[in-house]
Each structure stands twice: as structure tokens, then as C-alpha cells.
Design a protein around this ligand. Structure first.
Ligand code: 26M
Length: 820
């Protein structure tokens, strides 16, 4: 770890208050008397940015002038969450902020609330990118995050009267964005369309239209590292080039059409996160940010030199492809090197293959991006030629490596036949230096199944890097109570930089006094969440009940259906008297999930959960025993409130489907116990925290495979478990739809006839584990002991450790040197 640390800022609260006043006056033109919380927020953010400026500039200088290879993290999504408190923490100004704001006569919470959360991501993949750039900066590794500044982030979710999801536009830039600095002078031109012609023996791309890419820079301050990296998000603007011919005919609206189209490119984040959308605009987005970012990196390291020596490019920066979304960057770098800088194919290929690495985040075959060659040809004709040539070279190379013709055929990047398409994961696996999955099990399945042929031929490329989360945001900021207790228990706060130190909490799990303090922190967090849920959503939560949480995108494979069916069955058990009211462990079941707008069954599941919640809430028979709430518009802010308040965490996906999961790590680090399957990173969490401290249930990957082979029939499971039958019958008979039997018919029919993710097959096991959970919960001291053991043994799941693994296994670089 780097020696260079930013000591807690020496600025006093009074000085910081003056800085805020100064910004109010000279940047915003308001007096402290006129100021509203939103003004104080902007002034504070502006002041904090100035504090970071020297470190930011120095980090860039050290990167450009030194010999440390930088990292370029190419990602279509960065789900950053609010910035203010994180920036204050990392610039050592937190205490000064609270005191200064008080001095100015404002409520700090209102100032913090004035920031609008940027939702520039769908879920796990986008949040991982945000954790990774935090860790890169905290470790002092020079890095750029490169992505898109969407005008509209992930939709704002509302529920209508019937409990259905309604999507509202998320116009997050309605107010000032004090963190983003638009750098007009460092724009890039991104070309599209047209044709390729032969000129003097060379293939020359004559594009038909172009978009101006303008970088918006966000500072990424490291924690105690003295380093500040850059998140560079591109905004699409049009060039001021009217179609003069049309314009002269005074057809104004037609003349501005291309301009409007250009600006559409960065307008919206696609809310689908698994099924292939295959939309032209999406490919435009991908090329837009990949191309701008590669040109930007060349400019950063070589200036505007006309003939730079780009054979050194892979020594300057290594690019990580966050899933297939930026993979079009591979043929783009080939094109830049060959067409713009005159390198021959082999040299360009050598540079390109040394430059890129690829992370896969899925196991669902339908989520692997495949683009029709015709679409690529229309939008990027030169790139299609290059991809064809890469494919030819690849086929040729394979012929030298294997005699298995079927295998060679299976591995085609460009598929054969009438309507060929380009498999982006294959392109990345061939052209990239390294390919990694995001948890042990996932990486193994990639090698054995999804990318098996590639791993057979290029075994050395494949590796694993288990995901991680940043303890700064998800412990220190989200859970100040637990953080203080950990610091007290360990006698140091160094754990925030070296999370494995949490291991030293282990003996304290046997110290009843400590366990009671821990329980108190958890209880206070539950009260805090209950207060928040009251004011934000109007929910009445009882903090003495077990808080049982399932937060993640709504997907069939994640099996929110399994949870809600168990809730329904429990409800029926209480109603029928099968379970005595006094034997019930009172639970508050909390869901948070957005469904892709076009995902029919996922949206229907949301509707079902909302209506189960309503029916239970209106039923005096279960009052105080069972409650279901579904806070709408789950986002990072809600996560930061809810995770610390949770006691039981649901990670119940079908084995072999969740690549990793990252909320499972956040929960363990915040002292929740997990009920989960052997899927994704659950496997590693359980290994570390100990089987006794984890509620395992359900089929394994092998059992799942066998069940598919034996022609899985969900109806058998429906018939075999009376509780399951009752629950499904209640959904079917209109109990949760005012008697209407049609409302959930498609869902019920899917369960009984398809149930692709085997919710029904795992139902009985999921119910059986509940009595273990409840028995342990009845003994609060034992429960909390186990919760502490989860915290103590989860230090591995810091994103700092993930980044160190990437540095060692993939990027082969490290921190900038520090001055002694
Ligand atoms: C693709 C094409 C077109 C439009 C959108 C997409 C797309 C966007 C997001 C596809 C997938 C996207 O995200 C997938 C994702 O979040 N995967 C999750 O990644 C996490 C971090 O590695 C893992 O922990 C989760 O298991 C995995 O589901």
C-alpha cells in the first residue's frame, strides 16, 4: 500500500465555512441569508473540489511523467451514488463540514439530501465499476474510468394503484452537477456510417456523419492515499454543421435532424440488463464511448504528436472491458493504429492484444451480446472489415492448434450462414490478454461451459477475480455505528484500508459485552431505517421484528418468486391455525427491485409482491407477525440505509446462475446472516464465515444440471408439497387480485409448466431452513455472535482486494511511487 497519505485536512471548520460563503458569493451569487440547502450543497461541493484539485493534477502529472502503467476501466455503467459524503470523507473534511454547515445555520441532512443521486447504471455491474474506481484511487493506482454521461439514468420506479411498476424518466441533471467538469477543449470526433473505398491500395473509411464527444470529468478521490483519479464520462453533442442545402430550402426541421440524432446517443441508459436488446442506438453508444476513450488515452500519453510510438501504448495503459459492452473498442484500436497512424496489421494486432482484457459478468447465454454483421456494416463499415479479418486470422490460427473442425466452427467470432453476426464475448476472448469471471464458481463455469472451447485452446488467459465492495461507502458512510464499534474493538481505524484486519474481531464474538453492543448498533440501525421508511414511504415498521431483506434486480433466476411464495405459505399457515400465532417469529420482509420495462414476468412478480403486502397489511390475523414492504425506487441511497438494518439477507438464486452477487458481501460486512444457495460468491462467503454461520439450502449446480436432464416437471413439486400448493393456489384463485383469476395467470402457468429456474424444486428446502433461522433468532446472543463472525471473516470481500488481484493477475501494474 502507498505511503503517501492525505492527512485529515488541516482546514478548520471556520475556514471551511468561509470557503462555502466564498463559493456562495463568487460562484453562485447568493448571500448566506438567501441560500437554500441546495445552494449550500453546491457551494460545499465546489469547495471540496478545490481542495482536491492539487492532488488531482499531481496524480495526472505523476501518471504521465512516470513509468507506472495506468488502468483504463471501460464501462457503459458507473453507478456512483451520491458524492458529497464520500468526497468529504476522502478529503478529510467531514467534521469541518458538519460544523461549518451548523455555523451557517443549516441542517446537514438537508444539505446532503439536496444532491440528486446519479443512477448511471442498472445494478451490480455498474456498482462494481464504482467500487473499483474508488479502490484504484485508494490504492494509489493511476486510473481512468471511462463511460457515458447519460442524460437520463435508470428510470425512477413508481407503483400504481394496482401495485404495478411504472417507469418515470430520471432527469438527474435538472439541477446543477457541481462534481462534473465539462472539458470542451478535450473533445473527440466520433464517426459513423458511410462506406469504405480503396484509395492508393488502402482501405479508406468515408463516414457519413459524426458526433462530438465531450468529456465530463469527475474527480475520484482515494481514501487516505493522497491520490485523485478521473472518471471521464462522455456526452454526445452535435457539430454545428447544418445541412446547408436543406437549410437553404428553409426546411429548418429537416436540417437539424442530424443534430438531434447525434445528441440522442448519450440521452438514455438502457434499462435492460440481461436480455439482448440488439438496438442500433445501443451499438452507437458503445462505439461512441469506446472510440472517444481510446483516442483520449492516446492524447493523454502522447499529446498531439503526429507520429507517436504507439508500440509503447500497452506500457502506458491497460484497458479492462467491463463485460462485452465496450468490446467494439478492439476493432476500433486496430483501425486507429492502421488507418490513423499507419501501422501494419501485425504490429497493430500485437499492440491491441496487449492492451485489452475482458471481464465476463454473466452465465446466461441470452445475455452474451451478439450483433448482426449487417448492423455493424451499416454503422461501422470499416470495423466490420476488420472483424472479418480478425475472424479469418483466428480460424487460421485455430487450424494450427486443433484438428477438431466442429470446435473451430463453434468458435467463430463471425458466424457463418446467411445472416452472420458477431459474438462480442468471443471477440474479446480471442483478442484480450486475460479473461476473468467474477467469483470462483463463475470463473470455473466459464471455463467448463460458457467459454469452454476458448479455455481449452488458451488456458493461460483464464483467471478469476472475485468481486468486492468498498468498505468506505458501504461500511464507514452507510453504517457509522458499526464502524465506530469496530474501531473501538480493534483499537484502530486502519481496517478501512486493510479490511482483513476485521479478522481480529473474531475473539470479540465470545465477549458478551461486545456482542450486546453490536446488537444495539443493529437495533439502532433498524430504528433509523424504520424512521426513514416512515418519512419516505409512509411505512410503519416495527424494529423489534426480524428484518429480512431481498434487494437486487428483478429476475426469474434470482427467484424473488421463491421468497414471496414462502411468505404466502407462511401467511396461510397462520391463517389456517396450522402454525400458532405465538410460535411465529415476527418478520418484516423487505423487497427492493426494479424490473426491465419490457420484462413481463418480472413486472408481474412486482405486482404480486405489492399485492401480497397489501393483503397481509389489511389482515388483523397476522398483525405484528408478518409484514411485507416494497420501498419503490430502490437505489444506492436506500441500500446504504437498508443494508446496515438487515438481519437476514436473501441470496436465493438458482445455483449456477448468479455470476457473483455483491450485495451478499455488503450484507455480511454489515452483520447480516445470509440464507442462500451455493451460487456465485455465496460459496466463498460461506467458506470464509463458516458453514455454521450461513443458512445454506437448495440444489447444487450438479443437481440442477441433472434435473434439467431428467426433464424437470414443476407440477410434481406442486403436488408434493401442500404448503407450496396452497401458496400457488392462492395466487391463482385471486386472493391477491380482488378475486380476479386472470391477473397472475401467466405467472402461475409459468410456474406449473416451465419454471426454468426451478423455484418449485427448491421450495421445500427453502422452507425447511426457516425453522433453523427462527430457532437461532430466538437466541439473540447467539445470532449476534454469528453476525459478528460474518463481519470478522468478510474482509476478503473488499474491492481493494479485488483490485490487488487484478493488479497481480491481469493488469501487471501497481501504485504510483510515493515521495519519501
Ligand atoms: C447489455 C446490452 C444492452 C443493454 C444493456 C446490457 C446490460 C447492462 C447491464 C447487460 C448486463 C448488465 O449488467 C449485468 C450485471 O449487473 N451483472 C451482474 O454483475 C455483477 C458484478 O460482477 C455480479 O455480481 C452479478 O452476479 C451479475 O448479475
Amino acid at each position: 500500500m502507498t505511503e503517501l497519505t492525505a492527512p485529515k485536512s488541516s482546514v478548520t471548520a471556520a475556514q471551511f465555512a468561509d470557503e462555502i460563503r466564498n463559493e456562495l458569493k463568487y460562484t453562485q451569487g447568493v448571500t448566506p441569508e438567501q441560500a437554500k440547502p441546495a445552494d449550500i450543497y453546491v457551494a460545499t461541493a465546489t469547495a471540496v473540489r478545490k481542495h482536491l484539485m492539487d492532488s488531482w493534477m499531481k496524480t495526472q502529472q505523476d501518471m504521465i511523467n512516470g513509468n507506472t502503467k495506468a488502468v483504463g476501466y471501460l464501462s457503459a455503467e458507473f453507478l456512483m451514488g451520491k458524492q458529497l459524503r464520500n468526497a468529504l470523507l476522502n478529503s478529510g473534511l467531514t467534521d469541518q463540514f458538519y460544523a461549518a454547515v451548523k455555523e451557517l445555520g443549516f441542517d446537514a441532512q438537508e444539505v446532503i439530501d439536496a444532491e440528486y443521486e446519479p443512477g448511471l447504471g442498472n445494478g451490480g455491474l455498474g456498482r462494481l465499476a464504482a467500487c473499483f474506481i474508488d479502490s484504484l484511487a485508494s490504492l494509489g493506482v493511476p486510473a481512468f474510468g471511462y463511460g457515458i454521461q447519460y442524460r437520463y439514468g435508470i428510470f425512477r420506479q413508481e407503483f400504481d394503484e394496482e401495485g404495478r411498476q411504472v417507469e418515470r424518466p430520471d432527469y438527474w441533471l435538472t439541477n446543477e452537477d457541481p462534481w462534473g467538469h465539462i472539458d470542451y477543449a478535450r473533445d473527440q470526433r466520433v464517426n459513423f456510417g458511410g462506406e469504405v473505398v480503396e484509395e492508393a491500395g488502402k482501405r479508406v473509411w468515408k463516414p457519413a456523419w459524426a458526433v462530438r464527444a465531450i468529456p465530463v470529468d469527475y474527480m475520484v478521490p482515494g481514501y487516505e492515499s493522497g491520490r485523485v483519479n478521473t472518471l471521464r464520462l462522455w456526452q454526445a453533442r452535435s457539430y454545428d454543421e447544418f445541412d446547408l442545402l436543406t437549410f437553404n430550402k428553409s426546411e429548418y426541421l429537416d436540417a437539424v435532424k442530424p443534430q438531434v440524432k447525434a445528441e440522442d446517443i448519450s440521452k438514455i441508459l438502457y434499462p435492460e440488463d440481461s436480455t439482448e436488446v440488439g438496438k442500433e442506438l445501443r451499438l452507437e453508444q458503445q462505439y461512441f464511448f469506446a472510440s472517444a476513450s481510446l483516442h483520449d488515452a492516446i492524447r493523454v500519453f502522447y499529446g498531439d504528436a503526429e507520429k507517436p510510438d504507439l508500440t509503447t501504448f500497452p506500457d502506458k495503459i491497460t484497458f479492462q472491458l467491463n463485460d462485452t459492452h465496450p468490446v467494439i473498442g478492439i476493432p476500433e484500436l486496430m483501425r486507429i493504429l492502421i488507418d490513423e497512424y499507419g501501422y501494419d496489421w501485425d504490429t497493430a494486432w500485437d499492440i491491441t492484444t496487449k492492451t485489452f482484457n475482458y471481464t465476463c459478468h454473466t452465465l446466461l447465454p441470452e445475455a452474451l451480446e451478439v450483433w448482426p454483421a449487417s448492423l455493424i456494416g451499416k454503422l461501422l463499415p470499416r470495423h466490420l472489415e476488420i472483424i472479418e479479418k480478425i475472424n479469418d486470422q483466428f480460424m487460421h490460427e485455430l487450424e494450427g492448434l486443433t484438428d477438431d473442425e466442429a470446435k473451430i466452427e463453434r468458435m467463430r467470432i463471425l458466424t457463418a450462414g446467411e445472416n452472420p453476426s458477431v459474438r462480442m464475448a468471443y471477440l474479446a476472448s480471442y483478442a484480450g490478454s486475460h479473461v476473468n469471471g467474477v467469483a470462483e464458481l463463475h470463473s470455473q463455469l466459464l471455463k467448463d461451459v460458457t467459454l469452454r472451447d476458448f479455455s481449452d485452446i488458451y488456458p493461460a488467459k483464464f483467471t478469476n477475480v472475485t468481486n468486492g465492495v468498498t468498505p468506505r461507502r458501504f461500511m464507514k458512510l452507510a453504517n457509522p455505528g458499526l464502524s465506530a464499534l469496530i474501531t473501538e474493538g480493534l483499537g484502530t481505524d486502519k481496517w478501512l484500508e486493510d479490511l482483513e484486519l476485521l479478522k481480529n474481531l473474531e475473539p470479540l464474538a465470545q465477549d458478551d459485552e461486545f456482542v450486546k453492543k453490536f446488537a444495539k448498533v443493529k437495533y439502532d440501525n433498524k430504528v433509523r431505517f424504520a424512521d426513514f421508511a416512515k418519512s419516505e414511504y409512509g411505512f410503519k415498521l416495527d424494529p423489534t421484528t426480524m428484518f429480512d431483506t431481498m434487494i437486487k434486480r428483478l429476475h426469474e433466476y434470482k427467484r424473488q418468486a421463491l421468497k414471496i411464495l414462502e411468505v404466502i405459505a407462511t401467511y396461510a399457515d397462520i391463517k389456517s391455525g396450522k402454525v400458532k400465532v405465538e410460535d411465529v417469529t415476527p418478520r418484516t420482509v423487505i423487497f427492493g427491485a426494479k424490473a426491465a420495462p419490457g420484462y413481463y414476468l418480472a413486472k408481474m412478480t412486482i405486482q404480486l409482491i405489492n399485492n401480497v403486502a397489501k393483503v397481509i397489511d389489511n389482515d388483523p390475523d397476522v398483525m405484528g407477525k408478518l409484514k411485507v414492504v416494497f420501498p419503490w425506487n430502490y437505489n444506492i441511497r436506500v441500500a446504504q440505509m437498508l443494508i446496515p438494518a438487515t438481519e437476514l439477507d436473501e441470496q436465493i438464486s438458482q445455483a449456477g446462475k448468479e455470476a457473483s452477487g455483491t450485495s451478499n458481501m455488503k450484507f455480511a460486512l454489515n452483520g447480516a446472516l445470509t440464507v442462500g444457495t451455493l451460487d456465485g460468491a455465496n460459496v466463498e462467503i460461506r467458506e470464509r464465515v463458516g458453514a455454521d454461520n450461513f443458512f445454506l439450502f437448495g440444489m447444487t449446480v450438479d443437481e440442477v444440471d441433472k434435473m434439467y436432464e431428467s426433464n424437470y416437471d414443476p407440477a410434481k413439486f406442486y403436488e408434493a408439497d401442500p404448503r407450496l400448493k396452497t401458496a400457488i393456489d392462492m395466487v391463482a384463485d385471486g386472493t391477491f387480485s380482488n378475486g380476479d383469476k386472470e391477473t397472475y395467470a401467466p405467472l402461475v402457468s409459468d410456474w406449473l409448466t416451465k419454471d426454468w429456474f426451478m423455484t418449485l424444486a427448491d421450495f421445500t428446502a427453502y422452507h425447511d431452513i426457516q425453522s433453523q433461522i427462527e430457532t437461532l433468532y430466538a437466541d439473540q446472543l447467539e445470532w449476534n455472535r454469528k453476525a459478528i463472525l460474518n463481519v470478522a471473516n468478510s474482509g476478503y470481500f473488499s474491492s481493494d482486494r479485488s483490485i490487488e488481484d487484478y493488479l497481480d493477475r491481469v493488469w501487471m501494474t501497481g501504485p504510483l511511487p510515493t515521495e519519501k
